[in-house]
Design a protein around this ligand. Structure first.
Ligand code: DC
Length: 245
Protein backbone atom coordinates (compact mmCIF):
# COMPACT_ATOMS: atom_id res chain seq x y z
CA UNK A 1 0.00 0.00 0.00
CA UNK A 2 1.44 3.41 -0.92
CA UNK A 3 2.00 6.12 1.69
CA UNK A 4 -0.58 8.37 0.00
CA UNK A 5 -3.13 5.55 0.02
CA UNK A 6 -2.57 5.02 3.74
CA UNK A 7 -3.07 8.75 4.39
CA UNK A 8 -6.22 8.87 2.24
CA UNK A 9 -7.73 5.97 4.18
CA UNK A 10 -6.69 7.30 7.56
CA UNK A 11 -8.97 9.32 9.84
CA UNK A 12 -8.65 13.07 9.30
CA UNK A 13 -7.09 15.08 12.06
CA UNK A 14 -6.57 18.71 13.09
CA UNK A 15 -3.01 20.01 13.16
CA UNK A 16 -2.33 23.27 15.05
CA UNK A 17 1.01 25.00 14.46
CA UNK A 18 1.73 28.03 16.64
CA UNK A 19 4.77 30.19 17.08
CA UNK A 20 6.41 33.59 16.79
CA UNK A 21 6.14 35.74 13.67
CA UNK A 22 8.40 34.70 10.78
CA UNK A 23 9.44 31.51 12.58
CA UNK A 24 8.86 29.48 9.42
CA UNK A 25 5.66 27.90 10.72
CA UNK A 26 3.57 28.88 7.67
CA UNK A 27 6.00 27.21 5.28
CA UNK A 28 5.88 24.00 7.33
CA UNK A 29 2.12 24.10 7.74
CA UNK A 30 1.49 24.75 4.04
CA UNK A 31 3.80 21.96 2.97
CA UNK A 32 2.34 19.46 5.43
CA UNK A 33 -1.17 20.25 4.16
CA UNK A 34 -0.03 19.81 0.57
CA UNK A 35 1.69 16.47 1.26
CA UNK A 36 -1.27 14.94 3.09
CA UNK A 37 -4.05 16.56 1.05
CA UNK A 38 -5.44 18.70 3.88
CA UNK A 39 -6.84 22.25 3.87
CA UNK A 40 -4.28 24.85 4.93
CA UNK A 41 -5.37 27.99 6.77
CA UNK A 42 -2.96 30.84 7.54
CA UNK A 43 -4.78 32.50 10.45
CA UNK A 44 -2.29 35.40 10.49
CA UNK A 45 -3.46 36.28 6.97
CA UNK A 46 -6.96 36.75 8.38
CA UNK A 47 -5.76 39.32 10.96
CA UNK A 48 -3.70 40.95 8.23
CA UNK A 49 -6.80 41.22 6.01
CA UNK A 50 -8.68 42.99 8.81
CA UNK A 51 -5.71 45.35 9.30
CA UNK A 52 -5.67 46.12 5.58
CA UNK A 53 -9.40 46.82 5.67
CA UNK A 54 -8.96 49.16 8.67
CA UNK A 55 -6.10 50.99 6.94
CA UNK A 56 -8.15 51.45 3.79
CA UNK A 57 -11.12 52.71 5.78
CA UNK A 58 -8.82 55.04 7.74
CA UNK A 59 -9.74 53.46 11.06
CA UNK A 60 -6.32 54.02 12.64
CA UNK A 61 -5.76 57.09 14.82
CA UNK A 62 -2.69 59.27 14.28
CA UNK A 63 -0.95 57.65 17.30
CA UNK A 64 -1.25 54.21 15.63
CA UNK A 65 -4.11 52.97 17.82
CA UNK A 66 -7.31 51.63 16.27
CA UNK A 67 -10.60 53.49 16.28
CA UNK A 68 -12.32 50.42 17.73
CA UNK A 69 -15.75 52.01 17.98
CA UNK A 70 -15.78 52.70 14.26
CA UNK A 71 -14.29 49.32 13.33
CA UNK A 72 -16.73 47.10 15.24
CA UNK A 73 -19.84 47.67 13.06
CA UNK A 74 -17.81 46.59 9.99
CA UNK A 75 -16.78 43.21 11.45
CA UNK A 76 -19.93 41.12 10.83
CA UNK A 77 -19.85 41.98 7.13
CA UNK A 78 -16.21 41.14 6.55
CA UNK A 79 -15.65 37.91 4.67
CA UNK A 80 -12.22 36.32 4.54
CA UNK A 81 -11.74 33.30 2.33
CA UNK A 82 -8.86 31.49 0.68
CA UNK A 83 -8.42 30.43 -2.92
CA UNK A 84 -5.76 28.38 -4.64
CA UNK A 85 -4.40 30.12 -7.72
CA UNK A 86 -3.71 28.00 -10.77
CA UNK A 87 -0.30 28.52 -12.34
CA UNK A 88 1.13 29.89 -9.09
CA UNK A 89 2.30 26.50 -7.79
CA UNK A 90 -1.12 26.14 -6.19
CA UNK A 91 -0.24 28.90 -3.67
CA UNK A 92 -3.24 29.95 -1.67
CA UNK A 93 -4.36 33.56 -1.86
CA UNK A 94 -6.31 35.46 0.79
CA UNK A 95 -9.54 37.11 -0.35
CA UNK A 96 -11.08 40.02 1.54
CA UNK A 97 -14.74 40.46 0.59
CA UNK A 98 -13.92 38.53 -2.59
CA UNK A 99 -10.89 40.67 -3.56
CA UNK A 100 -7.46 39.03 -3.82
CA UNK A 101 -5.39 40.92 -1.23
CA UNK A 102 -2.54 38.40 -0.89
CA UNK A 103 0.15 40.86 -1.94
CA UNK A 104 -1.20 43.87 -0.02
CA UNK A 105 -1.50 42.05 3.31
CA UNK A 106 2.22 41.16 3.26
CA UNK A 107 3.55 44.72 3.00
CA UNK A 108 5.29 46.56 5.83
CA UNK A 109 2.40 48.94 6.43
CA UNK A 110 0.08 46.06 7.25
CA UNK A 111 2.85 44.29 9.21
CA UNK A 112 3.32 47.30 11.45
CA UNK A 113 -0.42 47.76 12.12
CA UNK A 114 -1.64 44.17 12.44
CA UNK A 115 -0.76 43.52 16.09
CA UNK A 116 -2.97 46.40 17.18
CA UNK A 117 -5.83 44.81 15.24
CA UNK A 118 -5.14 41.34 16.66
CA UNK A 119 -5.37 42.73 20.21
CA UNK A 120 -9.04 43.70 19.86
CA UNK A 121 -11.21 41.06 21.61
CA UNK A 122 -14.13 41.44 19.17
CA UNK A 123 -11.81 40.97 16.19
CA UNK A 124 -10.39 37.81 17.78
CA UNK A 125 -13.85 36.50 18.54
CA UNK A 126 -14.93 36.95 14.91
CA UNK A 127 -11.73 35.39 13.52
CA UNK A 128 -11.91 32.42 15.91
CA UNK A 129 -15.53 31.77 14.82
CA UNK A 130 -14.47 31.74 11.15
CA UNK A 131 -11.43 29.56 11.95
CA UNK A 132 -13.47 26.96 13.84
CA UNK A 133 -15.83 26.85 10.86
CA UNK A 134 -12.91 26.05 8.51
CA UNK A 135 -12.00 23.10 10.77
CA UNK A 136 -15.41 21.59 11.25
CA UNK A 137 -14.69 18.62 8.96
CA UNK A 138 -11.13 18.14 10.29
CA UNK A 139 -8.43 17.41 7.69
CA UNK A 140 -6.93 20.83 8.33
CA UNK A 141 -3.55 22.36 9.16
CA UNK A 142 -3.85 25.84 10.68
CA UNK A 143 -1.00 28.03 11.81
CA UNK A 144 -1.02 31.10 14.06
CA UNK A 145 -0.57 32.13 17.68
CA UNK A 146 -3.56 30.69 19.55
CA UNK A 147 -4.59 27.73 17.40
CA UNK A 148 -3.60 25.04 19.91
CA UNK A 149 -4.84 27.03 22.91
CA UNK A 150 -8.05 28.77 21.78
CA UNK A 151 -9.17 27.85 18.26
CA UNK A 152 -8.62 24.08 18.45
CA UNK A 153 -7.79 23.23 22.09
CA UNK A 154 -8.54 19.59 21.21
CA UNK A 155 -6.33 19.51 18.11
CA UNK A 156 -4.85 16.05 17.57
CA UNK A 157 -1.36 17.38 16.90
CA UNK A 158 -0.03 20.65 18.31
CA UNK A 159 3.33 22.10 17.37
CA UNK A 160 5.04 25.15 18.84
CA UNK A 161 7.83 26.67 16.73
CA UNK A 162 10.72 28.75 18.10
CA UNK A 163 13.56 30.74 16.48
CA UNK A 164 15.54 33.76 17.70
CA UNK A 165 14.26 37.26 16.81
CA UNK A 166 17.44 37.88 14.83
CA UNK A 167 17.03 34.70 12.78
CA UNK A 168 13.37 35.47 12.13
CA UNK A 169 14.13 39.06 11.07
CA UNK A 170 16.84 37.76 8.73
CA UNK A 171 14.34 35.38 7.14
CA UNK A 172 11.68 38.09 6.79
CA UNK A 173 14.20 40.59 5.37
CA UNK A 174 15.31 38.04 2.75
CA UNK A 175 11.69 37.31 1.78
CA UNK A 176 11.04 41.03 1.30
CA UNK A 177 14.22 41.45 -0.75
CA UNK A 178 13.16 38.57 -2.99
CA UNK A 179 9.84 40.34 -3.53
CA UNK A 180 11.75 43.47 -4.57
CA UNK A 181 10.88 45.33 -1.36
CA UNK A 182 14.00 47.17 -0.20
CA UNK A 183 14.05 47.71 3.51
CA UNK A 184 16.57 48.23 6.26
CA UNK A 185 17.34 45.06 8.26
CA UNK A 186 17.19 47.01 11.55
CA UNK A 187 13.62 48.13 10.74
CA UNK A 188 12.57 44.53 10.10
CA UNK A 189 14.19 43.41 13.37
CA UNK A 190 12.44 46.18 15.31
CA UNK A 191 9.11 45.19 13.73
CA UNK A 192 9.64 41.51 14.66
CA UNK A 193 10.52 42.45 18.27
CA UNK A 194 7.62 44.83 18.62
CA UNK A 195 5.20 42.20 17.29
CA UNK A 196 6.61 39.63 19.74
CA UNK A 197 6.04 42.07 22.57
CA UNK A 198 2.42 42.77 21.62
CA UNK A 199 1.63 39.12 20.73
CA UNK A 200 2.94 37.78 24.06
CA UNK A 201 1.54 40.46 26.35
CA UNK A 202 -1.97 41.08 25.00
CA UNK A 203 -4.87 40.37 27.36
CA UNK A 204 -6.83 38.01 25.08
CA UNK A 205 -5.23 34.79 23.78
CA UNK A 206 -1.58 35.86 24.13
CA UNK A 207 0.98 33.75 22.33
CA UNK A 208 1.83 30.86 24.67
CA UNK A 209 2.75 27.27 24.09
CA UNK A 210 -0.15 24.90 24.72
CA UNK A 211 0.81 22.50 27.54
CA UNK A 212 0.43 19.54 25.19
CA UNK A 213 2.27 21.02 22.18
CA UNK A 214 5.52 19.53 20.95
CA UNK A 215 8.34 22.02 20.39
CA UNK A 216 10.58 22.66 17.41
CA UNK A 217 13.58 24.98 17.46
CA UNK A 218 13.42 26.12 13.87
CA UNK A 219 16.62 28.14 13.95
CA UNK A 220 18.82 25.06 14.00
CA UNK A 221 17.36 22.80 11.31
CA UNK A 222 17.09 22.71 7.53
CA UNK A 223 13.74 22.77 5.75
CA UNK A 224 14.08 19.05 4.92
CA UNK A 225 14.76 18.23 8.58
CA UNK A 226 11.73 20.27 9.68
CA UNK A 227 9.50 18.42 7.25
CA UNK A 228 10.88 15.02 8.21
CA UNK A 229 10.25 15.84 11.87
CA UNK A 230 6.73 17.11 11.17
CA UNK A 231 5.75 14.17 8.92
CA UNK A 232 7.05 11.78 11.57
CA UNK A 233 4.85 13.35 14.26
CA UNK A 234 1.89 13.47 11.88
CA UNK A 235 2.21 9.73 11.19
CA UNK A 236 2.63 8.90 14.90
CA UNK A 237 -0.50 10.91 15.72
CA UNK A 238 -2.51 9.11 13.03
CA UNK A 239 -1.31 5.71 14.25
CA UNK A 240 -2.18 6.59 17.84
CA UNK A 241 -5.71 7.62 16.85
CA UNK A 242 -6.17 4.48 14.74
CA UNK A 243 -5.00 2.25 17.60
CA UNK A 244 -7.37 3.96 20.01
CA UNK A 245 -10.43 3.58 17.77
O1 DC B 1 1.77 35.15 11.39
P1 DC B 1 1.64 36.59 10.92
O2 DC B 1 2.88 37.40 11.12
O3 DC B 1 1.13 36.70 9.51
O4 DC B 1 0.51 37.22 11.88
C1 DC B 1 0.08 38.54 11.71
C2 DC B 1 -0.36 39.10 13.06
O5 DC B 1 -1.55 38.47 13.49
C3 DC B 1 0.64 39.00 14.19
O6 DC B 1 0.78 40.27 14.81
C4 DC B 1 0.02 38.06 15.17
C5 DC B 1 -1.44 38.04 14.83
N1 DC B 1 -2.02 36.70 14.94
C6 DC B 1 -2.74 36.41 16.07
O7 DC B 1 -2.84 37.24 16.96
N2 DC B 1 -3.35 35.21 16.17
C7 DC B 1 -3.23 34.29 15.21
N3 DC B 1 -3.84 33.11 15.34
C8 DC B 1 -2.47 34.56 14.06
C9 DC B 1 -1.85 35.79 13.96
Amino acid sequence: MSEMHEITDAPKIIVAIDGYSSSGKSTMARELAKRVGYIYIDSGAMYRAVALYALRQKLFNSDGSVNVKQLLPHLPQLTITFQKKAGDDGVQHTLLNGEDVEKDIRDMEVSSHVSQIAEIPEVRERMVTLQKEFGKNKGIVMDGRDIGTTVFPHADLKVFVYASAHERARRRWRELQLKGININFEDVLRNVEERDRIDTTRAVSPLVKAHDAIELDNGAVTHEEQMEWLMHHFQITLEKIENES
